[in-house]
Design a binder for this molecule. Structure first.
Ligand SMILES: [Zn+2]
Ligand SMILES: [Zn+2]
Length: 302
């Protein structure tokens, strides 16, 4: 579940095998709780937080989450160092600090988590591969470009969440200052729809059951443009795309048992201001729940 995706604040909920974790804490505790309650979930059930990087739209509420729930916060050593000195996290993160070791699968409860470095202009930016039970999940937001390691991990995942931040023409023709445009489209900024689509052609495999496009720019993208680009990429690799809705605000439904057995579901995580189901949530919740057991597959081999 993405409690929010985009510049307004990012927070994803991932649950597998009875264990729930948050990935980033950019949305407010109040809104996270509200979205969870609306989906029959409990904030208290969250056992840990994984952090991708120290931009405010990902950590704005991490400090208050630590203060309130005192759950372990997993991040790379470099990122933890930055979080220890960050105004928003420094006062509360101390006892929650857990370091993810580089280049290996780290146990986080019953899950195994491996981070990979992502080019982006924060102190240290990571994406995550998560293996839990026989499920494999990949998430990479805020990426200036797609590395070979990311492609390797995504090419083994059941579910991929990947940034599709901007439409090149909208960005270049838009009102942003030249410097900011260059920052966004540079190798340490964000992935365009085209770059995301190109990555999909590199990592798509027949076992890939769902792709969710996330972190869409509110000013430089549309759901339709992001969807069309990645849809074309899936067609180019010969992947059937079940479902017709160009925008899926409740992707979890697509992953329930009974969903199409063949093909790769493509969903778009809203860029902000809408709610998962009832319109009461500021941000974009997207459920990322385990795939049905009818899709067994081996664990990542990295
Ligand atoms: Zn960022
Ligand atoms: Zn971001």
């Amino acid at each position: 579940m993405s409690f929010s995706s985009g510049s307004c604040g990012n927070c994803y909920y991932f649950e597998c095998g009875g264990q729930a974790v948050l990935i980033d804490a950019g949305a407010s505790i109040r809104s996270i709780k509200k979205a969870m309650v609306a989906n029959g979930l409990s904030l208290e059930a969250v056992s840990a937080v994984l952090v991708t990087h120290d931009h405010l739209d990902h950590i704005r509420n991490l400090g208050s989450f630590c203060k309130r729930l005192n759950r372990p916060v997993y991040a790379s050593a470099q990122l933890h160092k930055a979080l220890e000195h960050h105004t928003f996290t420094a006062p509360h993160i101390g006892g929650c600090r857990r370091i993810l070791e580089a280049g290996k699968w780290n146990p986080v409860g019953s899950m195994l988590v491996r981070f990979f470095e992502v080019p982006h202009d924060a102190s240290h930016t990571c994406g995550f591969a998560i293996a839990a039970e026989d499920r494999k999940f990949f998430i990479m937001t805020d990426a200036g470009r797609v590395t070979d390691e990311a492609v390797s991990l995504a090419s083994q995942a059941d579910v991929v969440v990947i940034e599709s931040n901007y439409d090149v023409d909208m960005l270049m023709g838009g009102p942003y200052p030249h410097e900011l445009k260059m920052r966004i489209c540079g190798g340490n900024g964000h992935l365009s729809n085209d770059e995301c689509a190109s990555a999909i052609t590199r990592f798509w495999h027949p076992g890939l059951k769902a792709i969710f496009l996330c972190h869409l720019s509110e000013n430089n993208n549309t759901h339709e443009a992001a969807y069309a680009c990645s849809h074309a990429a899936l067609e180019a690799v010969g992947a059937p795309v079940p479902g017709k809705a160009p925008v899926c605000r409740t992707p979890s439904r697509a992953l329930k048992p009974g969903s199409p057995k063949n093909g790769t579901f493509l969903g778009v995580s809203d860029g902000g201001g809408t709610t998962l189901q009832a319109g009461a949530f500021s941000g974009t919740p997207v459920l990322l729940r385990p795939l049905p057991r009818e899709y067994p597959s081996p664990l990542f081999n990295l």
